[in-house]
Design a protein around this ligand. Structure first.
Ligand SMILES: Cc1ncc(COP(=O)(O)O)c(C=O)c1O
Length: 354
């Protein structure tokens, strides 16, 4: 059996979740009359302290629709350079919204207020209009770093003072909530849009819920419909979301703890380089450059021993814990990584200095 640490999207619906899906009361989502979808949207909106919510097929569509509502063609949005919006959404902002992206180079995905302010364009006939900033809580390709509440609020306040909208990519917002004990609504307060992914740590097969004011959601509906995201009997999917909110939120704390455990067990290995912020939630990134290996060679060697990790750069590895990986899986992954690295090091020292 493979211990799959590639992503928290790899979870399979549990028997309990499948039963809840089978029992779901359904209607027509496109005409806003699927009762289970409406219940899920109301529940997530309340969790995030927002006026309204909208069920979406994916987190990618939540980001895109938020960008489309908040911007006009020719605008510019500000994000971290490792963000999902910048790297892995097929340039939707540019291709569909006509919006350019100003990526900020950051350590571990958290940008400083000064860097953000410096990136905001002074109004000029010749310049793009800075109109939106997005904060990823937690960061994905930067290793699950958790934005502090204070840092998020400073970005939000600067955005509003300078006339920009502020968005939270909350794919893993609940991982931050269980890591810090800060309620999701506190993180989301005052932001112009925020969403949660259901298909990551929460373990659902499909879906995300985008939230904001009634006015924002009305506009988001129009874009969702235009993009082909309106659904019919989506209650079968929304039921999985409701089930996950009842049964899987506590599991996120276990996922975070598994990363701390794994990090603690491999942090001392020679040749692996970790950012000082590593290990804050359910994602762990590290460089294998010091081993003289590419990330894909490292990932292949792990896979040969039953552990799937993800190469996310020439030398960068990402490991993600989730519902379908238990303590025994973490122990096995630790043993595989430790023995592999020790063997590589032993071979290198036998070969002597180059
Ligand atoms: C930070 C972040 N934002 C957005 C997304 C997109 O979510 P989805 O896969 O539901 O489209 C992901 C998915 O990996 C993500 O990690």
């Amino acid at each position: 059996m493979i211990i799959d640490l590639f992503s928290d999207t790899q979870t399979r619906p549990t028997p309990g979740m499948r039963e809840a899906m089978a029992r779901a009361e359904v209607g027509d989502e496109q005409s806003n009359s699927d009762p289970t979808t409406l219940a899920l949207c109301a529940r997530v909106a309340e969790l995030l302290g927002q006026e309204a919510g909208l069920f979406m097929p994916s987190g990618t569509m939540c980001n895109l629709v938020s960008i489309l509502v908040h911007t006009r063609p020719g605008d510019e949005i500000i994000v971290d350079d490792q963000s999902h919006i910048y790297n892995t959404e097929a340039a939707g902002a540019a291709a569909i919204g006509g919006v350019s992206v100003a990526p900020l180079r950051t350590p571990a995905g958290i940008f400083a207020p000064e860097a953000f302010e410096a990136a905001i364009r002074a109004p000029a006939r010749t310049a793009p209009r800075s109109s939106l900033v997005s904060v990823e809580q937690t960061t994905s390709f930067s290793g699950g770093t958790v934005w502090s509440l204070d840092a998020m609020r400073r970005i939000r306040d600067i955005a509003h003072e300078r006339g920009l909208m502020a968005h939270i990519d909350g794919a893993r917002l609940l991982n931050a909530v269980v890591a810090t004990g800060i309620p999701a609504a506190d993180y989301a307060r005052g932001f112009d849009s925020v969403w949660l992914d259901l298909s990551k740590g929460l373990g659902c097969p499909v879906g995300a819920v985008l939230c904001g004011t009634e006015g924002f959601i009305a506009e988001a509906w129009r874009w969702k419909y235009r993009l082909g995201g309106a659904m019919r009997q989506s209650g079968v999917l929304a039921a999985a979301g409701l089930y996950a909110l009842d049964h899987h939120v506590a599991e996120l704390a276990r996922d975070n703890a598994h990363i701390r455990l794994l990090h603690g067990a491999i942090a001392d290995l020679p040749g692996l380089i970790f950012d000082p912020s590593a290990g804050q939630s359910n994602i762990l990134c590290f460089s294998v450059r010091g081993l003289g290996l590419t990330a894909s060679a490292f990932a292949e060697a792990c896979l040969a021993q039953g552990v799937r990790v993800r190469a996310i750069g020439a030398h960068q590895i990402r490991i993600t814990t989730h519902l379908d990986v238990d303590r025994a899986g973490i122990d096995h992954a630790t043993t595989v990584i430790r023995s592999m690295v020790q063997e590589i090091e032993a071979r290198a020292s036998r070969a002597g200095p180059h």
